[in-house]
Design a protein around this ligand. Structure first.
Ligand code: HEM
Length: 205
């Protein structure tokens, strides 16, 4: 009896940690959005707020995408299943920031001028690469619910492999658009290379 109680009281903090982990990760992932909103409302985005918003949302989007791609390898390396609890939320946050980034470009920057967007698509390869990444992420976001996972069965996993192509297209987008300082886009290229090599070696094993 006493032993059982000792085990229970030791397990209590773990139970609490489990309860707060998801809301904590949610708030952490939402924090950049709140920060951007606050900067926008207080005029803290500099002389060109639209450019600044495009760049900031793009940077947050690519980081969230990399983090969500790292969840499965992290799970294997740690030999723990807890990282999987955050995978869907992080993936949806990545999509949220990508959608925000694309909306800022199409609505605020291009003012929904389809001709001009089309011209950009045809003339700027980085826009084409970004659009490829975005279009690949759309079906993944819409099939991320538990119901869809159940309904699609094995096809779900197959479909969701598209995230690897989306990740690659997003990094190509960044490498192609970057002028001068290429350090950051190459860091993402390196991270992507490590993550994909790990996946490849594991699947070959
Ligand atoms: C998964 C999809 C995407 C990701 C992860 C992404 C990420 C990024 C990143 C990291 C930047 C650079 C930010 C910086 O310079 O600090 C950027 C810039 C930009 N992105 Fe994207 N992007 C995506 C899709 C798109 C799409 C679909 C469009 C338009 C149709 C687009 C338009 C732009 C534009 C116009 C810029 C600014 C270019 C400049 O500064 O000259 N992006 N994006």
């Amino acid at each position: 009896m006493a032993i059982n109680q000792a085990i229970l009281s030791r397990a209590q903090p773990l139970v609490h940690l489990k309860k707060i982990a998801k809301p904590a990760v949610f708030l952490l992932a939402l924090a950049p959005f709140i920060y951007l909103l606050q900067s926008l409302l207080t005029g803290g985005l500099g002389p060109n707020p639209i450019d600044s918003l495009t760049d900031s949302t793009g940077t947050i989007a690519i980081r969230m995408l990399m983090i969500s791609l790292a969840v499965t390898p992290l799970r294997h390396v740690l030999k723990q299943t807890w990282p999987l609890r955050f995978r869907r939320m992080l993936g949806l946050f990545a999509f949220f920031y990508v959608a925000l980034h694309v909306s800022i470009y199409t609505v605020l920057d291009q003012q929904l001028d389809i001709g001009s967007i089309w011209e950009d698509l045809a003339e700027r390869p980085y826009i084409l690469a970004g659009t490829t990444a975005f279009l690949l992420l759309v079906p993944l976001a819409f099939t991320s619910t538990r119901g869809m996972v159940r309904r699609l069965g094995k096809r779900w996993a197959l479909l969701h492999r598209a995230v690897y192509i989306a990740g690659a297209a997003a990094v190509v987008h960044y490498v192609w658009l970057a002028k001068g300082d290429l350090i950051e886009p190459y860091v993402y290229l390196g991270v992507l290379f490590l993550l994909y090599s790990y996946r490849l070696v594991r699947s070959l094993k």
